[in-house]
Design a protein around this ligand. Structure first.
Ligand code: 5GP
Length: 204
């Protein structure tokens, strides 16, 4: 039987919604689902690993790769470049693996145009107050940086209605299950099974 092509799942949401944790939880449980590693020109933070958290590039290198058409999508976010490397994602989907792109709304809108069959999932916190609380409680940044993230969140949240699915991350386990269900459903959609049906048609 033909192995199905993997699907591309875009996950966005404001910083503090917990999208990273949900995606990690899901990929830890499902060996056929991979989290795409993006490239960025931002500084490597403590605890982050080159090649695992991001591929850290200089701004110059990043711009050269844009010119070279190496990105599926790219965007600037808080003054830094972020992008998804085409080759890495296409290699995975060709092998039948599903790939999650945890990217911002600008990147998501580019993917929607290039890959109309990609599934777009927006992760929301349970409330605005909870988002503020999570950003403060994680104690990673000063108030000025937190305000900046909240400002960005105010611009990002209105894009939620351009996504296919919305998951409210109130409880990690529930949110992870919901994302898993979305992927399962997408994989059995008639559109994703075209090659299997074709094979049957040729043999009956
Ligand atoms: P951070 O600096 O906190 O790791 O990421 C900042 C933002 O950049 C997050 O909203 C994250 O989803 C987004 N981001 C990370 N990688 C990419 C990417 O490859 N493309 C785009 N468009 N956004 C990305």
């Amino acid at each position: 039987m033909n192995k199905k092509q993997g699907i591309i799942v875009v996950v966005s949401g404001p910083s503090g919604a917990g999208k990273g944790t949900v995606c990690k939880c899901l990929t830890d449980k499902n060996p056929g689902i991979f989290l795409s590693v993006s490239a960025t020109s931002r500084q490597q933070a403590e605890g982050e690993i080159d090649g695992q958290t991001y591929y850290y590039l200089t701004e110059e290198d990043f711009k050269a790769r844009i010119k070279n058409n190496e990105f599926l999508e790219w965007a600037t976010y808080n003054g830094n470049y972020y992008g998804t490397l085409k080759e890495k994602v296409e290699n995975q989907t060709a092998q039948g693996n599903d790939v999650i792109l945890e990217i911002d709304v600008q990147g998501a809108m580019q993917i929607k145009k290039t890959y109309p069959h990609a599934v777009l999932v927006f992760i929301l916190p349970p409330s605005w107050q909870e988002l503020e609380k999570r950003l403060i409680d994680r104690n990673r940044e000063d108030m000025e940086q937190i305000q900046k993230r909240l400002e960005t969140a105010r611009k990002e949240i209105p894009f939620a209605d351009k996504y296919n699915y919305i998951i409210v991350n109130d409880d990690l386990e529930t949110a992870t299950k919901e994302l898993e269900s979305v992927i399962t459903a997408e994989k059995v959609k008639a559109q994703s099974c075209k090659n299997i049906v074709e094979q049957f048609k040729n043999n009956i």
